[in-house]
Design a protein around this ligand. Structure first.
Ligand code: C5P
Length: 239
């Protein structure tokens, strides 16, 4: 039997730096990237647009199973039924709706196989909430990134401002705390570190330091992968 491709699971709450760190680590190693949050955001967007109530498990799971999605890695865009929804899935209404649909077990199981299909040679960096606990429990490296809620809100604020989106810091902070609570308290796949995850508090760290630390751990977990990458594929603003 062939060995499954290596996986690095990077989990944690919103704004902890997972998105940026995952992209940079994947670029350095030359591995594939799974942004699992984007899948929940796409289900939410499709539901909002189709008028499917966010508490209707049957219809939401059917939506999740039938989603026509494309990730364009070259320029970091996401298509839903051929339409570019890269910006639409990042707005606050979609963020809140994503965390609502993500609490529904039937939606999570509808997305599970889709996520596992991203595991292909030479390897996968998987960014999410339950990558190490549920989707890839055999990942050779599991990282759980955290940061204070104030710092996470500040990062999100800066990123939205840079995009010209006007937001209030206190409102962002409240919304992040609300999503954290919902993600951590749900019954299925709650946000928490796997017992075998390495927990890294990024509050006082630069993104370069976070990436360097993860690459050090990766070199131990998957020695063959170290030094095989392309040297990074640029940065993406943090989410
Ligand atoms: O990571 P991101 O902020 O894009 O995720 C959006 C929402 O999707 C999260 O608030 C969370 O509720 C949900 N999510 C999840 N499991 C994942 C990834 C995201 O429940 N693996």
């Amino acid at each position: 039997m062939t060995e499954p491709a290596p996986v690095i699971a990077i989990d944690g709450p919103g704004g902890a730096g997972k998105g940026t760190a995952s992209r940079l680590v994947a670029g350095r190693l030359g591995w594939h990237l799974l942004d699992s949050g984007a899948l929940y955001r796409l289900v939410a967007l499709a539901a909002l647009r189709a008028g499917v109530p966010l508490d209707d498990p049957g219809r939401l799971a059917a939506l999740a199973r039938g989603l026509d999605i494309e990730f364009l890695t070259a320029d970091d865009r996401v298509l839903l039924a051929g339409e570019d929804v890269t910006a639409a899935i990042r707005d606050e209404a979609c963020s809140q709706a994503a965390s609502q649909v993500a609490a529904i077990p039937a939606v999570r199981s509808a997305l599970a196989e889709r996520q596992r299909a991203f595991r292909r040679p030479p390897g996968l960096v998987a960014d999410g909430r339950d990558m190490g606990t549920v989707i890839f429990p055999d990942a050779g490296l599991k990282v759980f990134l955290t940061a204070s809620v104030e710092e996470r809100a500040r990062r999100r604020y800066k990123q939205l401002k840079e995009k010209g989106i006007d937001v209030s810091l206190p409102a962002l902070s409240r919304e992040l705390a609300e999503r954290d609570r919902r993600d951590a308290e749900r019954e299925v796949a709650p946000l928490r570190p796997s017992p075998d995850a390495r927990v890294l508090d990024t509050t006082q760290m630069t993104i370069d330091a976070v990436v360097a630390r993860i690459l050090e751990w990766a070199a131990t977990a998957y020695p063959a992968a170290a030094g095989t990458g392309t040297g990074g594929d640029g940065t993406r603003p943090e989410r």
